[in-house]
Write a protein that binds this ligand. Structure first.
Ligand code: OAD
Length: 238
C-alpha cells in the first residue's frame, strides 16, 4: 500500500470522530456522471446549460423542459452504492464516523446503510407540491410523463435545492457543527466549486484534513493529506 493510503488508514484506525463531506465524484463509480469532469453533465449538449435548467426561475418558467432534463439526466435507474458508500456506512457502524455530509441528491449513502446523512442539496427521492407543499412519492416525478401536478393545481417538484435557492438552514447549521468538531475531515469527490457547500471546509479546525479527488481542487494546498485517485479504490484499501 502506498504511503498516503497508509497514513489515511492509520488516522482512521485511531479516531472515533471522523466526518465525511462529499460530492458527485462519490457516485461516479456507481455509474452516475458528475457535473464538471470532461464527460460530466455540464459538458453534454443540451438546449440550455444545466445550471440554467436546474435553477428555480427556469423551473417556474418551463417545468416541461425541466422535467425532460430531470428524467433523462438526473434519474438513473438501477444504480447501486459503490465501495466508497459502503466503506463510509461501515465506518459509521463501527462508531468511527459521525456524519456524512453530501452534495449529492441520489440517496446512495442511505442505500449503503449510512444513517446520519445530511443532504445539503436535498434528494430526488422526495417530492412535494411547490404551491401547497404536500409531499408526494418520487415515482411519478421521476418516471411519469409531462409535468406532475398536485390536486391543488400546483406543480410537483423535487425536494432538491435548485440554483437561486438557499440551502436548508438547519441542515447547514448542523453540517457546520459536525465539521467544526471533527477530528478528521475527509473531503471526497467534489470539485469544491459550488458555494455555500464548498465553503464548509473553512469551519474545520483540526490538523487532519484529507482530500480524495481525481482532479486538483482549490483546497489542495490547505489539506494535510491529498490523494488524487478514485475514491472507491482508495476506500477499498482502507
Ligand atoms: P463536480 O462535478 O463539480 O465535481 C466532482 C469532482 O469529483 C471532480 O473534481 C472529479 O475530478 C471528481 N471525481 C469524479 N469521479 C471521481 C472518483 N471516482 N473518485 C474521486 N474523485 C472523483 O461535482 P460537485 O463538486 O459535487 O449542485 O458539484 C457540486 C454541485 O454542483 C452539485 O451538488 C450540483 C452541481 O451543480 C446542484 O445541483 C445545486
Amino acid at each position: 500500500m502506498d504511503e498516503r493510503t497508509e497514513t489515511l488508514k492509520k488516522w482512521i484506525s485511531e479516531s472515533d470522530n471522523i466526518v465525511f463531506f462529499g460530492g458527485a465524484g462519490v457516485s461516479t463509480e456507481s455509474g452516475i456522471p458528475d457535473f464538471r469532469s470532461v464527460d460530466g453533465l455540464y459538458n453534454q449538449k443540451w438546449k440550455y446549460p444545466p445550471e440554467t435548467i436546474l435553477s428555480a426561475s427556469f423551473f417556474r418558467r418551463d417545468p416541461e423542459e425541466y422535467y425532460r432534463f430531470h428524467r433523462e439526466k438526473l434519474v438513473i435507474d438501477g444504480v447501486k452504492p459503490n465501495r466508497a458508500h459502503l466503506a463510509l456506512a461501515r465506518l459509521e457502524q463501527e462508531g468511527k464516523l459521525r456524519a456524512v455530509l453530501t452534495q449529492n441528491i441520489d440517496g446512495l449513502h442511505q442505500a449503503a446503510g449510512s444513517k446520519n446523512v445530511l443532504e445539503l442539496h436535498g434528494s430526488i427521492l422526495r417530492a412535494y407540491c411547490a404551491k401547497c407543499r404536500k409531499p408526494y412519492p418520487a415515482e411519478l416525478m421521476n418516471h411519469g410523463k409531462g409535468v406532475p401536478r398536485c390536486g391543488c393545481g400546483g406543480v410537483i417538484r423535487p425536494d432538491i435545492v435548485l440554483y437561486e435557492e438557499p440551502l436548508d438552514q438547519d441542515v447547514l447549521t448542523s453540517a457546520i457543527n459536525y465539521i467544526r468538531n471533527a477530528e478528521i475531515l475527509i473531503v471526497g469527490g467534489t470539485s469544491l466549486n459550488v458555494y455555500p457547500a464548498a465553503g464548509l471546509i473553512n469551519y474545520y479546525r483540526g490538523n487532519k484534513l484529507v482530500l480524495i479527488n481525481l482532479s486538483e481542487t482549490p483546497y489542495d494546498s490547505y489539506a494535510d493529506l491529498v490523494i488524487h485517485e478514485k475514491i472507491g479504490e482508495v476506500f477499498s484499501r482502507i
